[in-house]
Design a protein around this ligand. Structure first.
Ligand SMILES: Cc1ncc(COP(=O)(O)O)c(C=O)c1O
Length: 475
């Protein structure tokens, strides 16, 4: 079939996730046909560097035949059986054992799900069940953060702190509160226009968590949930003071810590888990995405001993589970994925080699007139777009981030926009040469964005003069 046929059928029959259906129908979809390494290819013959690893998940890159072989072998052996009714199968058992070996020492159990959203539904159920079994049924409130993303099921949506999603999804799950996020550049510097240091701001955000615990009453608060680094919110790397200060707060109260590792888990920050990078000891860790490098859908919740022992010893039957919890083919692929990551030293490579290299190269974009802040950690990075004349955000109507994202695509780069924050999260197997290419393309895209914005503003009102950078070109 040709591109136009696919587009027409897509328009006629396919409702895409997180999409304005009508607008996409008018524009038409990009048809991605195949991929290898860090590149995807579309039906019009374009090769595009996928600096988002799909949706933060294709950590081992595309085209890994070992994963194909693992899936094929398992499909032949046992394509499906469930883990209900006193049954299990070798892939689920082996994957559970391996995950608990990789997880922090106090985490020795895993509950499998089909996705990150289902993992967070499971978290909600487990946390409330835990406190009920502990004889504290009032401990039901869960504190999350504004602008957090924890998935798109009703529990994920409610735990998440995304206002536009809440506006469409209500009524939400009760007894979930949100506190401010440690987003220094967007909230403190730009929105509030204050110059408080990031470190002070980080401590203020931790204090806001404590204030919320006190407002709700410790006796009513079950857990605090957060990502080590907020991904979908805009690759928000908290100030260095944030996690130590949050740890201090949590140590004062008997509240569970849930670290959502759906993005940060499996090497993204240069450790097996983001919690290890920030020296946190969570009670629960929802996982998904990089667990199978996105080759097949699988997620889960790693459960610390404290919670697991109560659920096991006192819980009786836990009325929760999914048809595809621990699906054998998904589990076999996840297991092979983790084995390959170990054998190839992928996590260490991110920590010691490509992570620092990306940081160095990405930082060179700081000099670009459109860039107000550059940040990265491991293989996650962000650029904050600002109007160079004012040092503030561009007017929303200019759609600077979306424009930059579209220009990236045209140049052969997937870089995502969250408002006017440009974000990357490339496959962990990316090479230094591919990082050079990524940064070169990002710079070209910034130049193109600057030119287009200047043209739009000239048409609309006072001209802004943006000198596109010529410091580097595509390598
Ligand atoms: C931190 C986090 N948690 C949960 C989810 C939901 O995962 P899924 O889309 O697999 O349901 C996501 C997805 O992007 C995520 O980024």
């Amino acid at each position: 079939m040709h591109t136009e046929t696919y587009r027409q059928l897509d328009r006629d029959h396919h409702l895409h996730p997180f999409t304005d259906f009508k607008a996409l129908g008018e524009e038409g979809s990009r048809i991605v046909t195949h991929a290898e390494g860090v590149y995807i290819h579309d039906s019009e013959g374009n090769r595009i560097l996928d600096a988002m690893a799909g949706l933060w998940c294709v950590n081992l890159g595309y085209g890994r035949q070992e994963l194909v072989a693992a899936a094929t072998a398992q499909l032949r052996e046992l394509p499906y059986y469930n883990n209900f009714f006193k049954s299990t199968h070798p892939p689920a058992v082996k994957l559970a054992e391996m995950l608990c070996r990789l997880a922090p020492a106090h985490m020795n159990r895993v509950f499998f799900t089909g996705s990150g959203s289902e993992a967070n539904d499971t978290v909600l159920r487990m946390v409330r069940r835990y406190w009920a079994l502990e004889g504290k049924p009032d401990k039901q409130w869960i504190i999350a953060r504004e602008n957090a993303y924890h998935g798109s099921t009703v529990a994920g949506l409610s735990l998440g702190g995304m206002a536009p999603m809440h506006a469409q999804g209500g009524p939400l799950v009760p007894k979930i509160a949100h506190v401010r996020q440690p987003y220094w550049f967007g909230e403190r510097k730009l929105a509030e226009g204050r110059d408080t240091s990031p470190e002070t701001f980080g401590r203020e955000c931790a204090a806001a968590l404590e204030a919320k615990i006190l407002e709700l009453g410790e006796e009513n608060v079950a857990a605090f949930i957060a990502e080590p680094v907020q991904g979908a919110g805009g690759a928000i790397i908290p100030p260095e003071s944030y996690w130590p200060a949050v740890k201090e707060v949590l140590a004062r109260y008997d509240i569970l810590l849930v670290m959502d590792e759906v993005i940060c888990g499996f090497g993204r920050l240069g450790e097996w888990f983001g919690s290890v990078h920030y020296d946190l000891q969570p009670d629960l860790m929802p996982i998904a995405k990089g667990l199978s490098s996105g080759y097949l859908p699988i997620g889960g919740v790693l459960v610390g001993d404290r919670v697991a022992e109560t659920l096991i010893e006192r819980g009786g039957e836990f009325f929760h589970g999914f048809t595809y919890s621990g699906h054998p083919v998904c589990a076999a692929v996840a297991l092979k994925n983790l084995e390959l990551m170990q054998a190839e030293g992928i996590v260490e490579r991110v920590r010691d080699d490509v992570g620092p290299y990306l940081a160095e190269r990405w930082a060179t974009l700081a000099g670009h007139p459109l860039v107000g802040e550059v940040r990265s950690r491991g293989l996650i990075g962000a650029l904050e777009l600002i109007d160079p004349d004012t040092g503030e955000r561009f007017p929303k109507s200019l759609g600077a981030g979306t424009l930059c994202r579209d220009i990236c695509f045209d140049l052969g780069l997937v870089m995502r926009s969250v408002g006017d924050t440009m974000i990357i999260s490339p496959p962990l197997v990316i090479t230094r040469a591919e990082i050079d290419e990524l940064v070169g393309l990002a710079r070209e895209a910034l130049d193109g964005t600057a030119r287009r914005l200047a043209a739009r503003e000239q048409a609309d009102g006072p001209a802004i003069m943006i000198q596109p950078s010529i410091e580097e070109s595509r390598s």
